[in-house]
Design a protein. Structure first.
Lengths: 122, 538
């Protein structure tokens, strides 16, 4: 069983983020509840952001704000970019939720399948 | 030849800045200011195009950072004509609907924001910048298509934004992988560093991820379910449908070209996209035939034409490639015109069903003529611009299986437009009344004239806009005209004796909708397919 332990110890945060991304994708493929699918795509977005931030990280690196030498600093580019991506992700998810509220008030359902049926009735 | 008058980042910012400034003015003033803004963008875009076409390409590093670090804006032979097209198109559509009731401040501001976003997509030379402006365009479009909040508009917009958000998550994962492999985000440097990779297969996963996102944006085969909802949305005004179909889908196609070039040192997937393009074109016209709503006929038709463009771009011959590029412009012209006039027709008749609209030519002569020009252009009638680009694409496919495919696609286009054609003729139930809106008439006639001019001066137009010069004389040959007429006759016959008798099957196709979960599965499937294909060819 030792190899399982080694496998888990060898995982980096970036690897875990890839796993999280596909968990989110699985959620978006299988969940019929609209809120759950919105959560799933939020997870996918967050996973992509974590992956991007951790991509060039090596153990022992410091944040790129202060530090004795440049070699010890983490790569600053992903962090600068991901601040933008986080803001975009938040606004898109907020917009999805706002639209979801509209849809729920109008069609009285939170289920994709039922929703499609009720659209057809109109 | 001098460089552009204003720096590229100002060109990108100009529409948004005018929109924001005009937001605080009273109604008359803000319309004038916004129009002046779009007009100025057109003038600058024209000057930029001239300086790129007869000078050299313009590269700008934003904020004065050195290359590699800086965000890059690039205007070259591919992007400059498309920027010009976008600017002119927005000016034209803006004028067209100046007097329409829905043109309030917020709407106009979002409209100009979309213009900025699209121009930036064309000019960006940086992967992350492309990501940001694509998200911006996505949010703006979602608000614009549900602006009037009629019927199922909110559902359409929600499906659109969620589907595209998944695509963008794929895109960002792809960017992250590329950044890990190459350490840069600049497209040109990425390309040169990918060529030096020890193991080119390492670049395939990010390639497949990015291309899946682009395939969603450009509405390729299994991933187009958002397009008819967005473009044919009952609540979207004609001007939005026109802009989305005319320019926004082309941004996806443009990125398809650009990013395939970036990854060219690693992988060559032209065959994959050729087949997908063909299937998209076929599926598009099949679904268009099944529709009753005139805007939906046009929307599904856009899918079919995008398929045709992608086929042209991936056939591998120069003629077909530039034919595809020219078809991007042509399609913007005729589909924009058709959507604009469809919006006016729907408003006038109060219905969207093709069966209830009759006698457009008599009731609204100008709109009728404009529609006629659009239909002739899109079906590739001789003397109209569609015939030239389709002819170039056909040259590239000569002697291969693709040529047969092109005839099939053309036949389908004609077949689906026989249906659309019927709205023009017949006797209107109400007596015609004179139109009070001079802008509509002028703009539709300008678009119509451009469609005709693009056909008559076909090879000159390609040479003028893109550079390479090919003879288009064959497009007017007796043989081509004969083939067109034969296809037209066959189309009418099949429509009359075939399509009209299978109403039940059509209504099943028409009412079928993919649910969100199925769409996500399709996105994943496309990703796996593309990844598998790139592994087999590399």
């Amino acid at each position: 069983m030792a190899f399982i332990g080694e496998f888990f110890q060898g995982l980096t945060i970036a690897d875990l983020a890839v796993g999280l991304f596909f968990i989110g994708l699985y959620g978006a493929m299988t969940q019929r509840n609209i809120i759950k699918t919105i959560m799933s795509i939020g997870i996918m977005d967050a996973a992509a952001i974590v992956f991007f931030v951790m991509i060039n990280y090596e153990t022992g690196q410091r944040s790129p704000v202060t530090g004795p030498s440049a070699e010890q600093m983490a790569d600053p580019v992903p962090q600068a970019l991901m601040i933008t991506a986080i803001v975009i992700g938040v606004s898109v998810v907020a917009m999805c939720l706002a639209m979801y509220m509209r849809v729920v008030y109008r069609y009285k359902t939170a289920d994709w399948k039922t929703l499609i049926r009720r659209l057809g009735d109109q | 030849m001098n460089g552009p008058i204003i720096p590229l980042h100002l060109l990108v910012m100009l529409p948004v800045l005018t929109g924001a400034a005009a937001y605080f003015l009273p109604r008359r003033a803000y319309q004038a200011v916004m129009f002046a803004g779009t007009l100025a963008v057109s003038v600058f875009a024209l000057q930029l195009f001239i300086s790129v076409r007869w000078g050299r390409e313009v590269t700008q590093f934003v904020a004065g950072w050195p290359e590699i670090i800086a965000i890059q804006l690039v205007a070259d032979t591919y992007s400059a004509p498309l920027v010009l097209l976008t600017a002119l198109f927005f000016t034209g559509t803006y004028l067209f609907s100046t007097l329409a009731g829905y043109m309030d401040k917020t709407f106009m501001f979002l409209f100009l924001m979309l213009e900025s976003a699209l121009i930036t997509i064309f000019l960006s030379g940086d992967l992350f910048n492309i990501y940001v402006v694509m998200e911006l365009a996505m949010i703006t479009i979602a608000i614009l298509i549900m602006y009037k909040q009629e019927k199922q508009a909110v559902y359409d917009a929600m499906l659109y934004i969620m589907m595209n958000f998944i695509a963008m998550a794929f895109f960002m994962m792809g960017i992250a992988y590329v950044y890990r492999l190459t350490g840069v985000l600049d497209l040109r440097v990425i390309s040169s560093r990918l060529a030096e990779l020890q193991d080119p297969r390492a670049a395939l996963v990010p390639y497949a991820m990015i291309m899946t996102a682009i395939a969603v944006k450009s509405a390729l085969l299994p991933l187009f379910s958002w397009l008819p909802r967005a473009h044919g949305a009952p609540s979207a005004p004609g001007i939005i449908s026109a802009v989305l179909s005319g320019v926004q889908v082309k941004a996806g196609v443009y990125l398809l070209i650009r990013l395939n070039q970036v990854f060219a040192p690693v992988v060559d997937t032209r065959l994959f996209f050729l087949v997908i393009g063909f299937l998209t074109a076929v599926a598009g016209f099949l679904l268009a035939i099944a529709q009753k709503d005139i805007k939906l006929i046009l929307a599904y038709h856009t899918i079919s034409q995008v398929g045709l463009i992608v086929m042209g771009l991936n056939l591998g011959s120069d003629e077909a490639f530039w034919g595809g590029m020219y078809h991007i412009i042509n399609h913007a012209l005729f589909k924009g015109l058709l959507f604009l006039s469809a919006g006016v027709i729907i408003e006038e008749y109060g219905t969207r069903s093709y069966a209830e609209i009759r006698g457009v030519l008599r009731r609204m002569p100008v709109i009728g003529i404009a529609t006629l020009a659009g239909v002739l252009g899109i079906t590739g009638a001789p003397f109209f611009n569609g015939s030239i680009s389709k002819y170039f694409i056909q040259i590239g496919a000569q002697g291969s299986l693709g040529e047969f495919g092109l005839y099939l696609v053309n036949f389908g286009t004609i077949l689906s437009f026989v249906k659309y054609f019927t709205i023009l003729f017949g006797t209107p139930e109400i007596e015609p009344k004179p139109s009070r809106d001079p802008f509509i008439a002028v703009i539709s006639l300008i678009f119509g004239a451009a469609i005709l001019a693009g056909g008559i001066f076909g090879s000159q137009a390609v040479a003028l806009v893109f550079g390479p010069s090919y003879s288009a004389a064959g497009a007017l040959s007796v043989e081509k005209t004969g083939i067109f007429l034969a296809t037209l006759a066959l189309g009418i016959a099949v429509y009359r004796y075939g399509i009209q008798r299978i109403g039940n099957a059509l209504s099943a196709v028409r009412t079928f909708k993919f649910s969100f979960n199925q769409i996500t599965v399709l996105i994943s499937l496309f990703f796996i397919l593309l990844l598998g294909f790139s592994y087999t060819v590399t």
